[in-house]
Design a protein around this ligand. Structure first.
Ligand code: GLN
Length: 307
């Protein structure tokens, strides 16, 4: 498959997923997300040689939600290396992204950095090393996406904060097990702001291109992670990026991926491209119905898989 065919394939997929856009349910745990129109879709590929392809509502921005957890982990790995794994595990959870029960059983050590508890404890670790975590995160996305005008959707961040009880419960539980250093509400505010960063699919695919490119951002040449760390992060995405649906996603799509409740999914084909998809209707696991179908179609049509 030559790169010029990617546009054709994205156009085909966009047409094929249209019947799915009315399926799935928009996240409604906060009013700011419940207002989003369900029948939207976009999909973008950014190749390691710097080409971009997009189909659908390409300029439409959405909050990246849990896809921000990948950058949180990236910034934490840059600062802690393997020491981070004393605070959070590397195993798939088999439970929902916001589950509290496993955290109690496992004495405040979250299974992995992509469930909420794991991302929040990783934010806590970052908070120890960054004087202005929200500014650092935003600047990272601005640099890597190539758009210096990217902003945080404060309405979403505030709404998440107002309805923070379950995430706050996780953080307090970790604090009770001595696995939390900073003030819970300070760390949660940073976490919600990371989740509320607004990008479109093109910007999202570009921002994470280093994961397909041995840890190096192909536009700026910046070494974001070492080659080994980038491989390790992709492995964790494969086993845990879609929570308790990671097995099904791996089976259907064959690439590492990370989903967010706004209906976005990022996937990585190492040494070739990153692909971002967005469609707000979710299945019962909190993953985009049309987004998963679109990635499965991409995998079939291009005959790609990491295996
Ligand atoms: N902001 C969401 C939360 O903390 C992120 C969860 C997600 O995207 N799965 O609940």
């Amino acid at each position: 498959m030559v790169n010029s065919d990617y546009q054709q394939v994205l156009n085909e997929i966009t047409a094929e997923v249209q019947p799915l856009l009315s399926q799935g349910k928009v996240a409604d745990y906060i009013p700011a997300l419940a207002e989003v129109k369900a029948n939207q879709f976009s999909m973008a590929i950014h190749t390691t040689d710097g080409e971009t392809f997009c189909a659908g509502d390409c300029s439409e921005r959405f909050t990246i939600q849990s896809v921000s957890k990948v950058m949180t982990l990236t910034l934490a790995l840059q600062r802690y290396g393997d020491e981070l794994w004393q605070r959070v595990g590397k195993e798939p959870s088999g439970t929902a992204f916001n589950s509290l029960t496993q955290l109690e059983f496992e004495k405040g050590l979250p299974r992995n950095p992509f469930i909420n508890a794991g991302a929040i404890v990783t934010c806590d670790a970052l908070y120890n090393r960054l004087s202005a975590p929200m500014h650092s995160m935003l600047e990272t996305f601005r640099l890597l996406s190539g758009n210096p005008a990217i902003v945080i959707d404060k309405k979403v961040a505030n709404s998440e904060y107002d309805f923070r009880h379950r995430n706050a419960a996780m953080a307090h539980l970790m604090k009770s097990f001595d696995n939390f250093d900073n003030e819970v509400d300070d760390v949660l505010w940073a976490y919600f702001n990371f989740c509320a960063i607004e990008l479109n699919c093109v910007e999202l695919a570009k921002a994470y291109n280093f994961l397909a490119n041995k840890g190096v951002d192909n536009t700026t040449g910046k070494v974001v992670l070492t080659n080994r760390q980038s491989k390790q992060l992709n492995s964790l995405l494969f086993t845990s990026g879609l929570y308790d649906a990671a097995g099904d996603f791996g089976y259907r799509v064959g690439m590492p991926g990370k989903s967010g409740v706004s209906g976005t999914i990022l996937a990585v084909l190492p040494n070739k491209f990153t692909v971002a998809v967005w469609s707000p209707g979710l299945n019962s696991f909190g993953n985009s119905v049309a987004g998963i179908a679109a990635l499965e179609l991409l995998s079939e049509k291009l005959d790609i898989s990491i295996f």
